[in-house]
Ligand binder design. Structure first.
Ligand code: ZN
Length: 633
């Protein structure tokens, strides 16, 4: 029995003249020396794909490509003028040319006609990427890292493919399947699961508990079943640090394999991990990892779109689905042993349409076991509706502006902040709130820029506004970026009524606390808290009505702030399902799973949700403990 490449090669016609055959992850790429075959291979490819059920691509042997300068000229000639700004980058080892464009839809053309023309004229395979509408240094850096290391990337992807197709045979079964809970079991934070089969070792999420300062901050990586050298793949559900914050650390300790996630998750994760590193540096804490490891993480990431099926090991096939929680957040579906067992891991999810994202997907081709989050799974976790919250927010802003005040909103970098920006933009456009500037501080702005790179991940209403009405709410000129101290001072001292968004959401350090110091003692201003306020945080103290706040470091002279500004908190803008929505999600889940496990919630909430689902749906449910291991087959 030969390899999958041998089998494919022997089934090709002789004229195919294949010089190189290689893997790009689970995809198979063949390079031909026959230009006619290259330009007219679609029928052959269709047959191969239906026979092997793999993605197969034909490219021209690099030696026969049109020169880079001539190709660049030709591409510029072929691209319509309306495409806007473009960057053209060649990847000669893979016969590909990357075209970054302001309007990627136009660069592709109707039914891909522009792409076809570029391929026909230059013989390079064009890949189209979007230039973000808001310039982002981070995205430029990430792309730079990938382009600079094209040759390493080619070798890496080939290595990943060799692992997936090693000892290839059709319809591979798994002798056994088990899952270990290394974190976020009966707790929130440090999400990490280890899936083992007779063939594979796969990690689902690799998070940190940022609120913990002891060893409970990390998943239990010294569990006997975990060995970093045996790890085949990591899958990341979304970009919050409690799901991805420890991933760069794996690279520090020798992991060299692939990580699967969506492209927005990769970019936002890189940003938040870098932010995490720089905060640790500022506070003189011991660094877990540095920017070098974040770079390794980016280089080893294979990005997937929603509902794109891909093999990741010999017996596991992965598909990501929309989870409705943050931009690019995913439900992780694993088909194990060629359909023997199908596992769904929800990560964090929201079963409700928000202003930005569609509700989590509930339909899957097959499903036996579901591992679901239970953050708001407790009996009392029924949150006010989005409409109620929006009304209250608008009222508060109007009142504050009318009395000449400023509204300070401490926010997390990603998720709610973008959701609230959309609400503010819409209400200002409709005249519901007066036109005042909205100042967006630091990393929140960077995350907004990443949002303008991936509009395809938004819900259909926003996509329609952007693509059909040419109105992108994130580009509104009411949003102003604030970067440094000087601009910050202008906002607090010279500007009139306005809205300010800044991190951290719980007011544990960061610019939100700086703004607070300037605004707190003036009763015209308002503070609006929108995220969960942890025990002991400044946000929690203000929420519970404290009026004299000492901001001095311990040991130094007291620095008492007399809080005169209004303080409000609104909790219904969360990116998680509340109890009602979590149960509805379970009811709608199709097909109905045979077993449900609840994770990512306080102990009582996990147990509560698990028992309610058992009573309602008559299926086996549980709330696993940390280090539990469950055999699925
Ligand atoms: Zn999350």
């Amino acid at each position: 029995m030969g390899t999958i490449l041998d089998e494919i090669l022997t089934s090709l016609p002789e004229k195919a003249d294949i010089t190189i055959s290689a893997f790009e992850g689970a995809n198979i790429v063949l390079y031909t020396k026959n230009i006619e075959f290259f330009l007219d291979s679609s029928r052959v490819i269709r047959t191969l794909v239906s026979n092997f059920k793999k993605r197969i691509e034909i490219r021209l042997d690099p030696s026969l490509l049109m020169g880079e300068d001539d190709s660049k000229e030709m591409i510029k000639k072929v691209l319509p003028k309306e495409v806007g700004e473009t960057n053209i980058i060649f990847d000669p080892q893979r016969s590909r040319v990357i075209i970054e464009a302001e309007k990627p839809g136009i660069a592709i053309g109707k039914q891909g006609e522009v792409l076809k023309e570029i391929k026909k004229q230059t013989h390079w395979i064009p890949i189209i990427k979007r230039i973000p509408a808001i310039k982002s240094k981070l995205i430029e850096n990430i792309r730079q890292v990938l382009y600079e290391n094209n040759d390493d990337r080619r070798k890496f992807l080939d290595k990943v493919g060799k692992r997936i197709y090693g000892g290839w045979k059709r319809n591979r079964k798994s002798e056994w399947i088990r899952v270990s809970f290394l974190g976020a079991a009966r707790e929130v934070g440090r999400s990490c699961l280890l899936l083992q089969t007779s063939e594979s070792r796969i990690m689902l999420d690799c998070g940190l508990n940022t609120a913990a300062t002891d060893e409970n901050a990390f998943p239990i990586l010294d569990a006997p079943e975990f060995n970093i050298n045996d790890l085949d793949a990591v899958i990341i559900s979304h970009s919050h640090l409690d799901h991805v914050g420890l991933l760069p650390y794996l690279f520090k300790y020798g992991y060299t394999g692939p990580v699967y996630m969506t492209a927005p998750t990769r970019d936002i994760s890189a940003l938040l991990c870098l932010d995490f590193v720089s905060i640790a540096q500022k506070e003189n804490k011991k660094e877990l990892y540095g920017s070098k490891e974040v770079k390794e993480m980016v280089k080893n990431t294979i990005c997937l779109g929603y509902e794109e099926v891909t093999d990741i090991t010999p017996d596991v096939r992965l598909t990501l689905y929309n989870a409705g929680h943050t931009l690019g957040s995913s439900l992780v579906h694993l088909n194990i042993g060629n359909g023997q067992h199908n596992l769904l891991y929800t990560g964090d999810m929201n079963y409700e349409n928000s202003n930005l994202l569609a509700a989590a997907v509930t339909k899957f081709p097959r499903l036996e076991t579901a591992i679901m989050e239970g953050t708001y799974g407790g009996k009392t976790d029924i949150l006010p509706t989005r409409e109620e919250c929006e009304k209250f927010l608008i009222k508060t802003i109007k009142e504050t502006i009318t009395r000449g005040g400023k509204v300070l909103m401490p926010v997390l970098g990603v998720g709610r902040s973008q959701e609230i920006l959309l609400i503010l933009e819409r209400n200002m456009r409709n005249g519901e709130i007066p036109q005042v500037p909205i100042f967006i501080h630091g990393s929140v702005w960077d995350v907004v820029a990443i949002h303008t790179t991936y509009p395809d991940f938004f819900n259909s209403a926003i996509k329609k506004e952007i693509f059909h009405k040419d109105h992108n709410p994130f580009l509104s000129d009411i949003f102003k970026r604030i970067a440094g101290q000087k601009e910050m001072k202008q906002v607090t001292e010279e500007t009139g009524p306005c809205i300010i968004m800044a991190t951290s959401g719980m007011m544990v350090g960061g610019p939100s606390v700086e703004y607070f110091k300037q605004l707190a003692e003036d009763k015209r201003h308002s503070l609006v808290l929108t995220c969960y306020q942890g025990e002991g945080s400044l946000g929690r103290r203000l929420e519970s009505g404290e009026k004299d706040i000492n901001l001095a470091e311990s040991g130094s002279k007291p620095n008492i702030i007399k809080v005169k500004m209004d303080v409000h908190s609104i909790h219904g803008f969360t990116g998680h399902s509340d109890r009602r929505q979590a149960i509805n999600f379970m009811k709608r889940l199709y097909p109905k799973p045979k077993r449900v496990m609840i994770v990512h919630g306080e102990k009582s909430k996990c147990i509560d949700l698990a028992s309610s689902i058992h009573q309602l749906l008559k299926i086996e449910t549980s709330a696993p403990k940390i280090l539990d291991c469950v055999r699925l087959k």
